[in-house]
Design a protein around this ligand. Sequence first.
Ligand code: NAD
Length: 486
Amino acid sequence: MTRRTPADLPARIQHYIGGSFVDSIDGDEFDVLDPVTNETYVRAAAGKKADVDAAVAAARAAFTEGPWPRMLPRERSRVLHRIADLVESRDARLAELESFDSGLPITQALGQARRAAENFRFFADLIVAQTDDAFKVPGRQLNYVNRKPIGVAGLITPWNTPFMLESWKLAPALATGNTVVLKPAEFTPLSASLWAGIFEEAGLPEGVFNLVNGLGEDAGDALVKHPDVPLISFTGESSTGQLIFANAAPFLKGLSMELGGKSPAIVFADADLDAAIDATIFGVFSLNGERCTAGSRILVQRDIYDEFVARYAAQADRVKVGFPDDPATEVGALVHPEHYAKVMSYVEHGKTEGRLVAGGGRPDEFPAGNFVRPTVFADVAPDARIFQEEIFGPVVAITPFDTDEEALALANDTKYGLAAYVWTNDLKRAHLFAQNVEAGMVWLNSNNVRDLRTPFGGVKASGLGHEGGYRSIDFYTDQQAVHITL
Ligand code: NAD
């Protein structure tokens, strides 16, 4: 198959501030690369402090003077539903652009576009269903909760599934009546620029949504340090999260941190092996392995270890690497040459730390671009770097264990604690394991699917705070207590 470039790619990617597309005040731009060729296909405005100041001023004015924070939840909900309708009606175009910009397989990018629509629909419904507490002390006092939007929310997002992850922050921030400044990842700014048109068409008032492109250390940093931005919702690497935490400290900002992971998938000997293999293949190779909840360490009970490794390696070899726009592709191109170099350095290092049973380099049929064969290392020791460090690519480490206690110790033996996947037909063992594993989210005999009402987030170095359902509403609102003496 030959590769198709989407029609009508933009000539430039700009900021969107106070209802208008604008360039950077100093005119600076940065290159955006096509991950299949690593050639620059567009240049994007490189925001600095002055651009962030302008965006925050527009968002602040929309918050203090505009209608959005003062609208009834039902009215805001209607706008959010219209946004969901528009995203749904443009899912094919969104997926095409996202896949082109990020290298994600087109079928998976389409799923992410639909999920973005669903995020808006979900928070549109939730904000109307929202109830707040009221407490009576009979004959003496009435107490009630007055929930209020906080102000300008700074939203900083990564390059994996960019449009969907932006929607996961934009939808609750807007549903609750805040105004926003979004700083999308510099590797993948294309889909974020579509929000402006969608929001305008849906009737979101001017100034409520603002977008500043640029590098993390410039635009992201200025947003984190802006005194008029009381909230930062950040998704990205744990080390960036630590820096943002420190930079936000002098301002005592509200912080939500969705960070990295090195999540274990534990396969016990009594598991349904077919289902476990399918799910653990999907768990680390879907989304090019660039998935925060990837099950990138597989712990397998020794009784079935050899069979598992042989079958897993054979199935990994069958995962189809291809051009991102090919509907048959299961692993596309990694997002950027810098990230490709990082993943490849782990692949090379892994050859000294484990037994290579599948993949191990670039596929012969793709001499250029950021393509990596699905790579499987077996017999990986827990102190290996490929066991401990987040690779964020199609690379998995498999390690044997004997007892439940050993499996738990191995599962918990990293600094991360985002997700865990357990495969066993013993119900009691599954629930006990879930209880003891250090992970914000556990899937028992299950693929990575979840109801949007559940908490999403990690423990240890994987995050701070939870989003999802009412937890997102809580993050983006102040709950003022009002007390009345009767
Ligand atoms: P990153 O931390 O490099 O960048 C994320 C965002 O932060 C980008 O927009 C970047 O420009 C910005 N940024 C960088 N330095 C900054 C600074 N000093 N101040 C303010 N902003 C700054 O992460 P990435 O490489 O884009 O994304 C991959 C990481 O994201 C992985 O670790 C992955 O696990 C994590 N992730 C986590 C979740 C989750 O929900 N837990 C979801 C997706 C991705």
